[in-house]
Design a binder for this molecule. Sequence first.
Ligand code: C2O
Length: 356
Amino acid sequence: VSSFGPSCKEAGSGFNADKGLFRSTACCPPPSKYVKEEDYVFPQPGETRIRQPLHSLSPEYIEKFRYGIQQMRDLPDDDPRSFKNQAKVHCAYCNGSYTQNGQQLQIHNSWLFFPFHRYYLYFFERILGHFVDDKTFGLPYWNWDNPDGMVIPNFVLEEKQSDTNPNPLYDLFREKKHIKPGVMIDLDFTGTDRIVGKYYSQKDVNDTTMNRQMMRNAFDAKSFFGGRYVAGSAPIANADNLVGAIEAGCHTAVHRWVGDSEKPNHEDMGNFYSAGYDPLFYLHHSNVDRMWTLWKDMEVVGHKEPEGEDWLNASYVFFDENQKPVRVYNRDCVNLDNLKYKYLHSSIDSWKDRKP
Ligand code: C2O
């Protein structure tokens, strides 16, 4: 049995509650008018959503994106599509609100990481697309592996877009040292700011990090996706005790780099329970998901998804753009033609052949 039914209670783990919390740990979805979830029916045929690099969005696209996020922010708390409730979905699957067979669910640190987040973003993107009323609207990706995308664009950072208008892409709980105009991401960040020397730049560090985590240390399903995690395994550690190279590496580095180190749980991005409250989360994970497609497209022997029923049949429940609870399975997210979105090309030359 490897399907994860949502039996939710307001529980939680993985944060320092006694040191103060900046977000709610009540992460269960609001009561639904639907009694039970149904298997998701993929829309066919349909238009394809295009995910574009964050740093090259047109002003019109930025405006549309902001509008959609604002619409989600404005939804009432009993609407599962609200920005807040979407943030809670992440918390529920990560900080022990959801249990199955009495065991707390944790979709990180194992082979569930990539498929879970692919689906999470897929529904987030469809909700967004619903509110901007555009069937081709895709979630942008924070293209941190490309030199042009290593600095976060100002329109994501500024508190207000005008004197009277707040910026829906802004988040209050971010690292003040990093989240300001012109600072380059450190994809190898481990908690201490790097002093870049005169023989290498931050870009060099980022390029070698990408090469290591996409090529040298990610040569088969296990090293890329992470170890087996099935019903009955320990809640955090997976059976193989192996976290995928990207998840353990640049993915986590970006979370830590963005989260506020002055907050007890490094809210928002630095802890699972709060990460979804920062719009950067979705932009970050869009690029993480893109890594899966790039890795797969390399046509290197060994670059394949995990095999076997335990992985293929693992499933999650999300709310779709019509507030309906739906169940989705790993096996259906491998082929992007099924999900109807794709990534606009962005060069990977700076790290592809980079030697450490
Ligand atoms: Cu579910 Cu980047 O974490």
